[in-house]
Design a protein around this ligand. Structure first.
Ligand code: EPZ
Length: 424
């Protein structure tokens, strides 16, 4: 197992290029199950979650070739492999996003058997809304022996809502939208997720011949079509990776430029960082981060898009631990997503977690120590804290980080961080 070792205290400077978005790439790759013929999808990050989904798709009969420039060529052919409809526990348990094959498999192969992804360290992660959505489209669904098994001859368009206790569902919207594109008639999804990654999937499907309107709003209207064809497509830049690098610049009081960014996807993140005192300029597809100001504590509440992403919460927590004064973070999407707080406390941070709130009393000094990564974004937060901590930080269990960030330590090192990967 590898760990990341960081000597804190270096100011970051230089330029980093942001990759394609993991959370757009995953549902788009799964949606290739719906298409007849090859698709070439550009800017797919070279990370473990993509490798896991590639294996699931190959298991389902897909042919996948990765090119050196990050392009994935994915081919499914109509009429072939109709009898393959299982996404097994061994692969699904590695990554919750594997659930996004459910909708495409069901509508294309009339049957889907997908291992139940279960809860995980960021809290309860039910799939009731996914099931509600595909049931509304006419599927028979059973959940037995740890699997969701769904079947239907041809799904039928309908009206449904995806509103749950914590708002809508991102992957649930992807699943139901992907199932509805080949359904008979028109489907209206109310309370749909508006995240840029959901929009990217909708644009991809439309390029392949689907008829989806209302993209970017809470109501999606999907007119069923008979078939979809392979396409060439470029994934949107990863707004969470971008946000993570912006905070890397900010926390080290550095001066960095991010290339290949869609700043309009980061409005809530940029607004909050400016409130803290970070100087951010946007020039075309680049963002420049400068941070000579004194920072101020802030309150943050995570929300569905266009609100503050829950996937940026741990990174903001790391930053706020270094900002003098009291900041409060309220987690509205995953109320228990605070595993990183205990690790940041080991570095000297003063954080009190009460229910879905974390109260942070910031101070300029964190100290390096051994910390463990519990999930992908928690890991990002710990690495950021390590960049400014006094002394050496050893970040263990970095396989979580490798699921979602491509060569994070190499890219931070190019910006001047003293950081390396070592075998434990
Ligand atoms: C996606 O997960 C992302 N994953 C997550 O990013 C992200 O944190 C999350 O959306 C919220 O933005 C991918 O896109 C691969 P949800 P998803 O369904 O779709 C509740 C990362 O680090 N809910 O939108 O699984 C749920 O418990 C990952 O890249 C139900 O109640 O999240 C939560 O409170 C981590 N019933 C809320 O909805 C359901 O059937 C939002 O979850 C489904 C969800």
């Amino acid at each position: 197992m590898d760990k990341i070792v960081i000597e804190g205290g270096r100011r970051l400077e230089g330029t980093v290029r942001i990759n394609g978005a993991k959370n757009a790439a995953l549902p788009i790759m799964a949606a290739c199950l719906l298409l007849n013929g090859p698709s070439r999808i550009k800017r797919i990050p070279n990370i473990d979650d993509i490798h896991t989904l590639s294996k699931i798709l190959e298991n389902l009969g897909g042919k996948i070739n990765r090119h050196d420039d990050g392009m994935l060529e994915i081919t499914f052919t109509d009429g072939e492999n109709q009898d393959r409809f299982v996404a097994p526990y061994e692969l699904v348990s590695k990554m919750r996003a594997s659930i996004c094959v459910l909708g495409p498999l069901l509508t294309k192969r009339q049957k889907a058997k997908v291992s139940y992804p279960g809860g995980c360290v960021i809290g309860q992660r039910p799939v009731d809304l996914h099931i509600k959505g595909i049931r509304a489209l006419g599927a028979q669904v059973e959940t037995t022996e740890g699997y969701i098994t769904a079947s239907a001859d041809r799904l039928k368009g309908t009206e449904l809502s995806l509103k749950g206790e914590h708002g809508t569902t991102v992957l649930g919207t992807c699943n139901v939208m992907s199932a509805a594109v080949l359904a008979d008639g028109t489907t209206v999804i109310e309370d749909a997720a508006r995240e840029p990654e959901v929009q990217d999937l909708a644009h991809f499907l439309n390029k392949a011949g689907a008829k989806i309107s209302g993209i970017g709003g809470n109501t999606l209207t999907i007119e069923g079509v008979k078939e979809l064809h392979g396409v060439d497509y470029e994934i949107i830049p990863d707004r969470i990776e971008a946000g993570t690098f912006i905070i890397a610049g900010a926390i080290t009081k550095g001066n960095i430029t991010l290339e290949n960014v869609r700043a309009e996807h980061l409005t809530s993140v940029i607004d909050k960082l400016r409130e803290i005192g970070v100087e951010i300029s946007i020039i075309g597809n680049s963002i420049i981060v400068k941070s000579s100001n004194i920072y101020h504590p802030v309150d943050i509440a995570t929300m569905p898009y266009p609100g503050m992403p829950t996937d940026m919460q741990a990174q903001f927590m790391a930053l706020l631990c270094t900002v003098e004064g009291k900041s409060i973070i309220t987690e509205m999407i995953f109320p228990d997503r605070f595993m990183h707080a205990a690790e940041l406390r080991r570095m000297g941070a003063d954080i009190r977690v009460e229910g879905s709130c974390a109260v942070i009393k910031g101070s300029p000094f964190l100290s390096g120590t051994n910390v463990q990564v519990s999930d992908l974004r928690a890991g990002a937060g710990l690495v950021l804290a390590g960049l400014v901590a006094r002394g050496t930080t050893n970040v263990h269990r970095i396989y979580h980080l490798d699921r979602g960030y491509e060569r994070l330590e190499e890219r931070l090192s190019k910006l001047g961080a003293v950081i390396k990967r070592m075998n434990e």
